[in-house]
Design a protein around this ligand. Structure first.
Ligand code: ADP
Ligand code: ZN
Length: 672
């Protein structure tokens, strides 16, 4: 039967597009299409675009056009494993409405790139590792772990939706809880999705999971080819595997009858996708959990304030794992830098602690959240900073290779002979970076083996993992790096963590600056003393800052008590919702005018009780990559009607203003 099919496509328009389906074509044996089928169609000049069938009707075979428009034909139908139905379809619709996106732009999340691609090779990936796992038979859950597992079991047994917030420091046994709950789900014939930040998907973690669930589990990660991802997708869809592990994209895997969804390190900002479609995987996980009447477990040592407030308000059940397995948390010493010194320098206290730790044959981690050798180069005469020609930002001085580099657009240039402003010939490096810390270390500890972990040393595929593995195996004495050192591996031999410029993140123009700083400091401190007693030193110019103090005391409650009143008073999340609108153009006048008009329209229409529109104002970075950027912020909760209006408004705005990009970010995590 020839059909008229309505298809949504990943293009920024809400319309559905009509196509003709002739079953004698490459239909994979299908006689007719149904809503939920994925198909490949030509669109504009593109020959192959994957779309979702949302509606079908019979069509007389000789009808060639509809409403004066010539119908094009469906090229190909994807195998049944790629159909989007049931809970996944409802999740897709929820996401489209909540994040104000056309359904077509959400759909690509629900299938791997180039669906149907054949997997090459054996399908075995690097997740196989030599690390042995503790035999689960040898583990008796602690009382706190047992309470958490039972709470999850109760929710699953009642076939209702429920969310747990598992608050426990690193090494407190959260993973053991997840594995036990997944086992219970499998025993009940249900499936599981286990989300981890990409960076935590180490061979250790993966082998620990596969040691428990064998061939019932498969992982998705960035090291896999499209073919391998397709294979996992198809296996899940056929019910051949019941557990899928991966970063945020794994949430959309077609696992049958989910019993549990785990979001580990739930505070990680990588759960928010910062490009279209901008969605938060933690929020989406709660929705998918609700659709499946499943239990959703959010786990963290430093829960996102939003999750904690949800727990304290009774929407989530709060479970604490207060103690580290077989160990204590390291003592943190706060060293006051106000007497002088460089951010990238070592105080006598830190030098002494490093010497002692190395003498004991243990390892040191140094954390400094800036890369390069110097933050900027400054003319010694006139004081001008060398700027990026494309961004309103100074370029960073790198030694290897010796160049000035813009961290925002990638622009790179040689060191100029003379100052572009005054012609003087001398420049001074200002502010430090990890390259400089590495050189300082070599000077102070000439015998130590040093590894550096930052964006510059991890450009090549696999280098990130290689550096971490080398350090974990004890092939180096000191690991210096940016926030990459705070996450991932378990380093049993680390006896000291030094944090340089611990207050660096506190001054950022972002309402979450304090929260991010607290989380990072707590996390990096937690790298010390995993097996034996360890030490931590924070070097800081703000030793009395409550965030520094709370992190030094491993005191989440103190941080919570400090931060929540501030958020409440300023009307920020979790006590309010935010919508960020960015207006971007190559022409500054055009960007400004468009932002003004958009703000006016938004003010006129989103003016209900509890709504407040701020701006337009230049963004925190007013020019990046030759584009001028303005920002509008809406505080308050938008209802269904208001979101529909917004979708309509953005669409007509984009049509009306050529040369202007408008981005909208519902529940933004980054304010830049
Ligand atoms: P987290 O996920 O909170 O970092 P893990 O679950 O990885 O913590 O536990 C830390 C270590 O303690 C692991 O080596 C794990 O095998 C071990 N462990 C966890 N629970 C128990 C237990 N009940 N008895 C003995 N060892 C345990
Ligand atoms: Zn730039």
């Amino acid at each position: 039967m020839t059909q008229l099919v309505e298809i949504v496509l990943p293009v920024p328009l809400v319309q559905v597009f009509s196509y003709r389906f002739l079953p004698e074509q490459d239909s994979g044996g299908k006689a007719s299409l149904e809503p939920g089928d994925l198909v490949v169609v030509p669109f504009g000049r593109r020959r192959e675009v994957t779309g979702l069938v949302v509606k079908v009707a019979d069509l007389a075979p000789d009808v060639r056009q509809v409403g004066g428009v010539k119908l094009r034909d469906v090229t190909r139908v994807l195998p049944p494993e790629y159909r989007i139905t049931g809970d996944r379809m409802r999740l897709a619709r929820w996401m489209a409405a909540y994040y104000v996106l056309p359904l077509g732009e959400v759909i690509p999340l629900f299938h791997p790139p180039s669906p149907g691609t054949r997997a090459r090779g054996t399908g075995k990936d690097s997740s196989q590792s030599p690390y042995p796992d503790v035999d689960p038979q040898d583990i008796t859950l602690t009382a706190a772990q047992d309470r958490a597992v039972q709470a999850a079991e109760k929710i699953m047994a009642s076939r209702s939706f429920g969310a747990l917030l598992l608050h426990g420091v690193t090494g407190s046994g959260k993973t053991e809880v997840y594995l036990n709950v997944i086992s219970l789900a499998l025993a009940a014939g249900r499936g599981a999705i286990y989300l981890l930040p990409e960076i935590a998907l180490t061979p250790q973690t993966l082998s620990r999971i596969s040691a428990r669930f064998g061939d019932r589990v498969a992982a998705i990660h960035s090291g896999m080819s499209a073919g391998q991802r397709c294979r996992v997708h198809e296996q899940a869809a056929r019910g051949e595997i019941q557990v899928v592990v991966g970063p945020r994209s794994a949430l959309f895997a077609p696992v049958h009858d989910l019993g549990v969804i785990i979001v580990d390190e739930e505070h990680e900002t990588s759960y928010k996708q910062d490009e279209k479609p901008r969605y938060h995987a933690r929020h989406a996980a709660l929705i998918r959990g609700r659709e499946n009447r499943a239990v959703v477990i959010l786990g963290s040592a430093t829960p996102d304030l939003e999750s904690m407030v949800n727990a304290l308000d009774g929407r989530f059940e709060l479970l604490e794992l207060p103690d580290r397995m077989g160990g204590t948390l390291p003592g943190v010493e706060v060293v006051d830098m106000r007497g002088g010194g460089n951010p990238e320098g070592f105080t006598p206290a830190l030098t002494k602690a490093m010497t002692q730790t190395l003498d004991q044959g243990r390892q040191v981690i140094l954390y400094y959240n800036r890369r390069g050798f110097a933050r900027v180069l400054q003319c010694a005469d006139c004081g001008e900073v060398i700027m990026c020609p494309h961004c309103d930002i100074g370029v960073t001085y790198h030694l290897r290779p010796r160049r000035l580099l813009c961290h925002y657009c990638g622009f790179s240039r040689q060191i100029p002979e003379t100052c572009p402003d005054c012609g003087a010939e001398e420049f001074l490096p200002a502010g430090g970076g990890t390259e400089k810390v590495e050189l300082n270390l070599q000077a102070h500890f000439p015998d130590a083996r040093i590894l550096r972990l930052d964006h510059d040393t991890t450009r090549r595929r696999g280098s990130h993992r290689r550096i971490l593995t080398a350090f974990a195996k004890g092939e180096a004495d000191i690991l210096v790096g940016t926030q990459m050192v705070a996450k991932g591996h378990h380093f049993p031999k680390v006896g000291l963590v030094g944090v340089l410029a611990a207050d660096d993140g506190l001054g950022l123009p972002d309402y979450r600056a304090a929260e991010r700083s607290f989380q990072l400091l707590t996390q990096v401190a937690g790298r010390s003393g995993r097996t034996e007693a360890g030490r931590v030193i924070f070097q800081t110019w703000r030793p009395d800052d409550p965030v520094i103090q709370a992190a030094a005391a491993h005191d989440y409650a103190a941080f919570l008590a400090e931060e929540t009143p501030v958020r409440k008073a300023l009307g920020y999340p979790p006590y309010n919702r935010l919508l960020r609108l960015g207006v971007i153009s190559r022409r500054s006048g055009l960007a400004e005018e468009a932002a003004r008009q958009l703000a006016e329209a938004v003010r006129a229409n989103l003016n209900g009780p509890g709504l407040e529109v701020l701006g337009p104002a230049p963004a925190v970075f007013p020019r990046l990559k030759d584009r001028y950027r303005f920002q509008i912020l809406v505080k308050g909760t938008l209802g269904k009607k208001e979101k529909e209006w917004l979708g309509e408004c953005l669409r007509s705005f984009k049509e009306g203003f050529r040369g202007v990009d408008v981005i909208h970010d519902v529940d933004p995590v980054s304010m830049y």
